[in-house]
Design a protein around this ligand. Structure first.
Ligand code: GBH
Length: 505
């Protein structure tokens, strides 16, 4: 009898939890919510040397250091989207996406790297792509820079040379002028954290310069903020009135969670060192205090005469502060943090003073940095709501990596669980998320992982001269979600090979 009572109680509690959850949150998208998909020039275009296109840092890296790419391959052809843009636009339309986020290749538009020569062919490609999208009723969302700056600019220090700020603004101005009648949502720069760290503090991204102790990384970030701020001001001065668009930056945000409940302060530090590094200057006028204090402390410990974190003048603060029309975030995964115990012995190894790890219960993906933890997404969205006065948020990337299977049930589960978290954050917690983009419409060149990690909802056969595209299970799932504007049940796989993720067991 006692057992029966316990069982009934458990079932009742489960039902109540379920009902109260679903009462509050129906898994429909709010009206007006924008659903899109995303890509980046170097990852999909190919046509690396057609017409007068200049060489960029990814052409240079993959051609000269193939040893740094897992399969030694490159983006010379990639998805061939330079030639197949109409097919891409038609697929995006058929599936029912509202917008397509693509990026412009700087050296395709400016072959010399500078604004003295504008490639007519290069610009025409982006005009054609934009027109194809508009004709299909798809909103173009344009990333001005997604990691592929001209090699000639890198030869002068790239993002560590402050002069890049004006070179970038001149490039952005050409795009505003050429595409701004159709493009109303601009992203200045994609994920500073990723290329500043991977490119100037390591070798996982171009230009693969390992500059010690994050000196290059911080300088890169400093110039990124200046370039972003000045580009925003340029849009204000010359284009906003006539074009009426929005300009923002996109940050790569992992959810940094406390390893256990005594490490809340450490999770906060990790947040400020990643999100806050870029967002605090843009929303609150300067680098986060904890970052300034910690980098100064560790710099001193290392014998530097001044902090490795550069400082902004009042003039720059005024330019950068308040330059996001919306908050763009790319989210994939979570990390756990706890203090570096070495510091108790007076040994300072990391600027943030933290050990970063993952929970062993989180399912692995094909990418070594990426474990599945849906609840981290909701945590992050609420954190942004609280930290930056509930800004308009656009999730400009979210997606899952495997090795390319067509029956990608794990990808569908990932989308279901992550989107559910997002809808709860919107509907229950009032987070102001207005748009969401699937990364990615196609399998593509995954940077240092080459073609070994696949994020597409569409399979691309890179070994085939035609780069044939084939729908994955996740593509048909997305088509249904888009037509119903509601999350759809995760299809069950009868194949014996399916691996169950923890939350599906
Ligand atoms: C995004 O970055 C990119 O914008 C996109 O181009 C890319 O294809 C997509 O995600 C999938 O990766 O190897 O430990 O140094 C995602 C954020 C930031 C995740 C850099 C990997 C390197 C971690 N990425 N990070 S590590």
């Amino acid at each position: 009898m006692a057992r029966f009572v316990i069982a009934v109680t458990i079932i009742t509690c489960a039902l109540i939890t379920k009902i109260s959850c679903c009462d509050v949150v129906k898994l429909t998208f709010p009206s007006g919510f924008s659903l899109g998909t995303a890509s980046a020039s170097y990852q999909v275009e190919g046509a690396w040397n057609v017409s007068d296109k200049g060489e960029n840092v990814w052409d240079y890296l993959t051609h000269n250091r193939p040893d740094l790419i897992t399969d030694g391959r490159n983006g010379d052809v990639a998805c061939d989207s330079y030639y197949k843009y109409q097919e891409d636009a038609d697929l995006i339309k058929t599936l029912g996406f509202d917008f397509y986020r693509f990026s412009v290749s700087w050296s395709r538009v400016l072959p010399t790297g500078f604004a003295n020569v504008i490639s007519e062919d290069g610009l025409q490609y982006y005009k054609n792509l934009t027109a194809a999208l508009v004709a299909n009723g798809i909103e173009p969302v344009v990333t001005i820079y997604h990691w592929d700056h001209p090699q000639v600019i890198e030869e002068m220090g790239g993002w560590t040379n402050e002069l890049i700020v004006d070179w970038f603004v001149a490039y952005a101005e050409i795009l505003f002028e050429a595409l701004g009648d159709s493009v109303k949502r601009w992203i200045t720069i994609n994920e500073p954290d990723a290329f500043c760290e991977g490119g100037y503090d390591g070798v996982s991204k171009a230009p693969a310069k390992e500059i010690p102790n994050s000196i290059g990384k911080y300088l890169c970030g400093h110039n990124v903020l200046k370039a972003h701020g000045k580009t925003f001001r340029l849009y204000d001065e010359k284009f906003r009135e006539t074009q009426g668009g929005e300009v923002g930056i996109v940050l790569p945000l992992m959810a940094y969670l406390p390893y256990n409940s005594s490490y809340e302060a450490e999770a906060e530090t990790a947040f400020q060192f990643t999100c806050g590094w870029m967002a605090h200057p843009i929303y609150h006028g300067d680098y986060p205090d904890i970052m300034k204090t910690r980098v100064a402390l560790v710099s001193e410990y290392q014998g530097y005469p001044r902090s490795r974190l550069p400082e902004f003048s009042d003039e720059w603060i005024a330019i950068i502060n308040g330059t996001n029309d919306y908050f763009g975030i790319n989210h994939y995964t979570s990390k756990l943090v706890y203090p570096d115990s070495g510091e108790e012995q007076g040994i300072y190894t990391y600027d943030h003073g933290l050990i970063v790890t993952v929970d062993s219960s989180w399912a692995a993906t094909a990418s070594n940095w990426f474990y599945v933890n849906p609840s981290g997404f909701g945590y992050l969205l609420r954190k942004i709501r609280d930290e930056y006065n509930n800004p308009s948020v656009w999730v400009t990337e979210n997606g899952y990596s495997d090795t390319g299977e067509l029956d990608d049930y794990n990808r569908v589960s990932y989308y279901y669980e992550y989107l559910r978290e997002m809808l709860i954050a919107i509907k229950r917690d009032g987070c102001n998320v207005e748009g969401y983009a699937v990364w990615s419409i196609l399998d593509n060149f995954e940077w240092q992982a080459g073609y070994t990690e696949r994020f597409g909802i569409t399979h691309v056969e890179f070994d085939d001269a035609d780069t044939n595209r084939t729908a994955k299970i996740s593509q048909s799932w997305w088509a249904k979600v888009l037509s119903k504007r509601k999350l759809q049940a995760v299809p069950t796989n009868t194949a014996a090979t399916r691996t169950l993720l923890p939350w599906q067991k």
